[in-house]
Design a protein around this ligand. Structure first.
Ligand code: NAD
Length: 736
């Protein structure tokens, strides 16, 4: 029989090699069709007496990325549609759907013939769960092999037997660690954890897998053998008595109880290890069905999986623009940002000319790349040859004429209008007519800078975040006259360097910094009210923010906040800033000399390593302190999330951000907005706009008019709308 997604070849020894190779896709993924075909393959190989065993592998460079996004999307829409009619029947349907993959893998495991999974590359989620159901697992030793059950990162957990099989193969602590963090394992680590049986040279993969069958691999999973005991002896042992009472507390410390899927993993393993395997699978299926119905899972999958992929693939790219293969990029300004921008560009295989005022400064910028390469080689992430090739693509220079064949030039010179004007003019004097000019400014409006350009249609903002090599987000900013080709080239560049873009219209602070400063300013308000600083930082983390607002302000630099407040007053007048904020920041910078991490003195003190930073005791003397018991930590948590979400809503109302996916993904990737909410707008949609407006009113009455809900929000609340309904991103695409 011929399959659309698999080939099956049986050799003279009776071993069927099943190769998964989906046509027209760069990566194998589970779809309904794949599951149907796999089911048919199991039946066919069982029925064929000539087949002694099966080796399952991939025809692509990676093994598989797991479930297909359209399959997950359809599960959600099915449930949402049916829920309105009959919630109980909808939940039952979801339960049955969820059980499909579990049942298929269990059928494979109990089919009576040995199956060996030959893992040749990245093997994630459902694909590793399939491998776990095979009786043997052989992994290639290639560096590209990454094994993970990363579902928790998008609000789910391994729900096709993963929690039951991993916890029966490795000790419970390692199992929990792997699944609650979603961490990637190398082949060697997976073997050490007993999750794969062999690690072999890439060219030995299929032969080794076949040999396992020839050596008489038993077609029975360990847990189906009589007398099976989980590693470490299950949960009624002294070691387990050490682990289990602490596990929920550790999880709570790490997640503040914000992630239902992480807790479900704990429950699946704890409960599953006390019952027979098939009952364990049922327990997992029930929790999975429950988690799928949570707002967290829905919102996280939408933003962190679906929207992120769509934006990465150019959802906002203008139609009809041919794709640009960048042959050369110029970076002007080899300082803190420019040096790293040159590095990430070269790492993407694109030759870069890195220009500064003199060759020494340019060469120093390349030195930053050299340091990063050395680090990567040291950590085994790069070979010497790869590092040398990367560095050979960065050419330092002080001569603008070296940009004459660049496709794109990014300026990252001082944040000064006059300096930027001179650079724009000097670059345009040599730039080919087809090239695009991008500015990495963080505060100067793009439309204003473009006034210095003779070709404003080819002028755009490409705003990076520091540290450039780690931050996954890039804001692409449109000036009034920016043309479609500039947008297309900017997005092609961002895709080439493997970052996620959001496209926003021009405004002071663009999207990310507008939201970030709301977060920091709310902390200023709290300090001024006398809330203990430690409580401010902890409440923010309990709300799901990765870094407290005071620590974040130290990273950004308090004197930068000071400069921005002063510039806002100069441009918009005294009323544009809160005078109490100005007083706080002025005092810190001018009187106390506390600039942030950069001078080891900010809201925190930064003693020499290995000592850890600690909150500056002097903060207590700035304002009369409240007693911690008199402060409601839940209100602090709400204030942080609400003030940011309100700002995100304002950017939509003002037409700065036009697509809710971008506000959500931008808020998570840009400043870590509580990921379990799915982002700043999903936070509002998740609780309902009406509930959000009520909350804003309550906070405004107690903490000031900056919490007042906007006209758009009130209108949406009255009409029962959501951001994803009113600003439906897919309708925008269809209309375009
Ligand atoms: P920086 O001071 O570290 O680097 C600026 C570099 O530009 C210096 O090496 C300087 O020698 C060079 N330069 C100045 N005038 C020049 C000229 N005429 N020709 C060539 N080179 C010249 O500054 P930075 O922090 O890298 O910031 C650069 C830009 O990036 C600014 O616009 C800033 O707003 C923006 N930005 C900074 C951050 C950040 O976190 N620092 C984040 C996003 C964007």
């Amino acid at each position: 029989m011929a399959y659309a997604n698999f080939t099956v070849e049986t050799d003279a020894d009776g071993i069927a090699l099943v190769t998964w190779d989906m046509p027209g896709k760069s990566m194998n993924v589970f779809t309904a069709e794949v599951m149907d075909e796999l089911n048919a393959i199991i039946d066919a190989t069982v029925a064929d007496a000539a087949v002694k065993g099966v080796v399952f592998t991939s025809g692509k460079s990676s093994f598989s990325g797991g479930a297909d996004l359209s399959m997950i999307k359809s599960m959600f829409s099915l449930y949402q549609d049916e829920k309105a009619k009959d919630p109980a029947a909808a939940a039952q349907k979801l339960f049955n759907l969820v059980g499909r993959m579990t049942g298929l893998f269990r059928k494979l495991e109990t089919c009576g013939k040995p199956w060996v999974s030959a893992i040749n590359g990245t093997c994630m989620g459902g694909a590793f769960e399939l491998s776990l159901a095979c009786h043997g697992r052989v992994a290639s030793s290639a560096k590209s092999v990454k094994i993970a059950l990363p579902e928790v990162k998008v609000g789910l957990f391994p729900g096709a037997g993963g929690t039951q099989r991993v916890s029966r193969l490795t000790d419970a602590q390692s199992a929990l660690q792997m699944m609650t963090t979603g961490q990637s394992l190398t082949a060697a680590r997976a073997k050490a954890m007993n999750l794969v049986h062999q690690v072999v040279e890439p060219d030995q993969l299929v032969p080794a897998a076949k040999q396992m069958i020839k050596d008489g691999l038993k077609p029975v999973a360990p847990w189906d053998e009589k007398g099976f005991k989980a590693p470490g002896g299950g949960i009624w042992t002294p070691a387990a008595a050490q682990l289990w009472p602490a596990a929920p507390a550790i999880l709570r410390r790490e997640t503040s109880g914000n992630y239902p899927a992480a807790l479900a993993i704990l429950k699946c393993v704890y409960e599953g290890l006390q019952v027979p395997f098939d009952t364990g699978l049922k327990i997992e299926q029930r929790y999975f069905t429950h988690v799928l119905q949570t707002t967290e899972a829905y919102s996280m999958i939408r933003s962190l999986f679906i929207s992120m992929q769509e934006l990465g693939k150019g959802a906002r790219r203008p139609a009809g623009q041919p794709k640009t293969e960048l042959k050369k990029v110029g970076v002007v300004g080899a300082g803190f940002m420019g040096a790293s921008i040159a590095y990430v560009t070269a790492a993407a295989g694109i030759p870069v000319t890195l220009i500064d005022r003199d060759i020494e400064a340019a060469t120093k910028g390349k030195g930053v790349g050299e340091g990063l390469v050395k680090d990567s080689i040291g950590k085994g992430r790069m070979t010497q040859d790869e590092g040398a090739a990367l560095l050979s693509r960065i050419t330092p220079s002080a001569d603008y004429s070296d940009l004459k064949d660049a496709d794109l030039v990014i300026e990252a010179v001082f944040e000064d209008r006059e300096v930027k004007k001179a650079v724009i003019e000097a670059v345009e004097a040599v730039l080919p007519p087809t090239a695009i000019f991008a500015s990495n400014t963080s505060t100067l409006p793009i439309t204003g800078l473009a006034k210095n350009s003779k070709r404003p249609a080819d002028f755009i903002g490409v705003h990076f975040f520091s540290p450039v090599e780690k931050m996954m987000l890039t804001e692409v900013i449109l000036g009034k006259e920016t043309g479609d080709r500039a947008i297309a080239v900017a997005l092609d560049y961002v895709a080439a360097i493997k970052k996620t873009p959001i496209v926003v219209n021009d405004t002071r602070g663009f999207f990310v910094n507008r939201c970030v400063f709301r977060y920091i300013h709310e902390a200023y308000d709290m300090l001024i009210e006398g809330v203990p600083a430690a409580m401010i930082e902890n409440a923010a983390k309990m709300a799901g923010m990765p870094v407290g607002p005071l620590a974040l302000n130290d990273e950004v630099a308090i004197d930068l906040s000071y400069k921005i407040l002063k510039a806002t007053v100069a441009d918009l007048g005294e009323k544009a800033v809160d005078p109490r904020h100005m007083q706080l920041v002025t005092g810190l910078v001018e009187r106390e000399g506390r600039l942030g991490r950069k001078n080891s003195k900010g809201f925190y003190d930064y003693p020499p390593k290995p000592a850890k930073k600690s909150l500056w005791p002097g903060l207590k003397n700035l304002y009369p302190q409240k007693k911690a018991d008199d402060v409601d930590v839940n209100v602090l948590k709400q204030r942080f999330l609400v003030t940011i979400a309100l700002e995100a809503a304002r950017t939509i109302e003002e037409g700065i951000v036009t697509d809710p996916r971008e506000a959500d993904v931008g808020s998570i990737l840009g400043f870590g907005f509580a990921p379990y909410t799915g982002g700043a707008l999903s936070y509002i949609d998740g609780m309902g706009v009406k509930a959000f407006v009520d909350l804003c009113d309550k906070l405004a009455a107690a903490y000031g008019p900056h919490f007042q809900p906007t006209a758009l929000l009130k209108d949406m609340a009255a009409k029962g709308e959501t951001f994803y309904g009113r600003f439906d991103p897919y309708r925008v695409v269809k209309a375009a």
